[in-house]
Design a binder for this molecule. Structure first.
Ligand code: FES
Length: 82
């Protein structure tokens, strides 16, 4: 079990630590605002913010970001509109 803090809320996901963050977000947490495009860190469709830094979630593992404060791109867009 790995804890992820997304949009200020703690989520526990039962995935291997080397699982790409994108799959944990989409398949396990059903956060479909993060999109799948190429899967090889080229298109940017899966970009999320991790502690203020834009990262491509298809290329970073759950273990690398466990416990980090994080916002999805969808939430970042919503925050800009507020
Ligand atoms: S899906 Fe294209 S960069 Fe991640």
């Amino acid at each position: 079990m790995t804890d992820l803090i997304i949009n200020g809320k703690r989520h526990s996901v039962d995935v291997e630590s080397d699982t790409p963050l994108l799959w944990a977000l989409r398949d396990h947490l059903k956060l479909h605002g993060t999109k799948y495009g190429c899967g090889i860190e080229q298109c940017g469709a899966c970009t999320v913010h991790v502690n203020g830094r834009a990262v491509r979630s298809c290329g970073i593992s759950v273990g690398e970001v466990a416990g980090s404060a994080r916002w999805t791109c969808r939430s970042a867009a919503t925050a800009r509109q507020a």
